[in-house]
Design a protein around this ligand. Sequence first.
Ligand code: ZN
Length: 292
Amino acid sequence: MRVLVLLAIGIWLTISIVPTAYSQETKSAPKVMESDDIEELVMVSKGTLPIVLSAPHGGTLKIAGVDVRQGQGMATGPSGFFTGRDGGTSELALAVAQALEKQTGKKPYMVVSKAHRKYLDPNRPSEIAYEDSDAAPVYQRYHGNLQRYCQEVLQKYRTGLLLDIHGQGSSSKTVYRGTGNGKTVARLKERFGESAHTGDQSFFGMLNRLGWQVYPYPADGKEQSGFTGGYIVQTHGSHRPSGLDAIQLEFGSEYRDKEDRSKTADVLTQAIIEYMREYIEPVARIETADKN
Ligand SMILES: [Zn+2]
């Protein structure tokens, strides 16, 4: 009997001590993951479709040896200094790439920042984007590849679409369009008219038809102040000779939460495929005919 009691106490001790030790370990501060590998800090991937996906604000890594940005004396706000990350957006970009490949057998071009926005903001001009020159090569890798990919797509297909993927906290159910009120899709409007940007068959018209709450809608309304399109679409948009038609997408949390992402990726993929059929393939075909 005494043996049994001791055995019971032994088992009780084991059960009660082990979880305590475990929970103490999980309570310790999470290790900040850092990297000095430029290829890890900006993920780039060459595509086989006239589509370029950019996600500058979803990263979590510290850039090794670089301090958190302070923004001293800088203006804050939509085009100023800000360090908050757009949670779930790099995962969303990857999910879209996967869905596109599954549907078409081809891949979009990708540029995705893995660095946390505390250290680098690729969606700003360089003077606001970083404060330590060690972060400069990471910034240059982001924009250098974006520029190279846009030029390559333009050369190969004569047109293409750059989607810059972001997250916003103003409205969880809404996706905002940012094109500088049509400026960064100048070539699309030139070729196909204003309705290609604002009509039912525009990219945001398609997304609305597929069930998304988009803004502006009707799409000929003014874009929401603060979400009119940042440095990336302003730099690589089609109002510039070597840019592509470029749209910034600002997703509410209901589109980029873990459980919603794959559905979001499927809808976005469907709209991209429709857009390619409507606005890219006819132009690319003319180009092929010219060459023959
Ligand atoms: Zn953002």
